[in-house]
Design a protein around this ligand. Sequence first.
Ligand code: HEM
Length: 215
Amino acid sequence: MKILMAVTGLFFVFFVLFHMYGNLKMFAGPEAYNGYAEHLRVMFEPILPRMGLLWILRVLLLASVLVHAWAAFSLWDKARRARGTVGYVNRHPVATTYAARTMRWGGVLILAFVVFHLLHFTTLHIEIGGDYQALSPYERMIVSFEHWWLWLAYGVVMVLLAMHVRHGLWSSMATLGANQKRRQLAINVIALVAATLLVVGFMLPPTAILLDIIN
Ligand code: HEM
């Protein structure tokens, strides 16, 4: 189950890094960003139908979320039962970093964010700042992040995500057997760099919009 968590988790890390890179195209202007959004929809045509790649990605992401959450719950339940509850007081928790202690609730919050995020930017059921059907993907980003509270909400979730990824990367390396003593420093550095990159990279476009640097 830990291997399943590690593999699905690594898949998410690649997805969010790729997504973050895509969002940075906001800085290249509306044509570049809208063109990129369209490109994702028509990639590998005619081998795949329109939206084919996107749907493959969606199915893989959904399957990974289900497996990741199910494995997390099963591992938690197993640990809880092994530990027993009668008279047990954990005076010396093993978890050492804030991230390690917040994996469970952090994960649940990130999942809640993803549901909101899909209703907002993918299904367009939550419209913040305009009539989304009439707007391009670029314009939807602009009208959304002109609201400081949305910027703040995204910022909080990106920090949570970074903490989750930092600890998750570390754990997955341990699970997959890559954390021998001589590699520990390197793994820590990779995890910290990836986490920092995610917060900074994801928040750059919303921040530039809020400050009216791109509009
Ligand atoms: C500041 C942070 C983020 C911004 C500004 C952002 C923005 C967007 C936008 C604009 C879209 C729609 C793209 C389009 O119209 O083609 C989108 C889609 C999506 N985002 Fe994000 N996103 C952020 C963070 C995240 C994170 C952290 C996750 C996952 C944990 C995520 C998961 C997704 C997913 C799954 C889709 C749907 C892709 C699809 O099936 O079409 N996003 N995002």
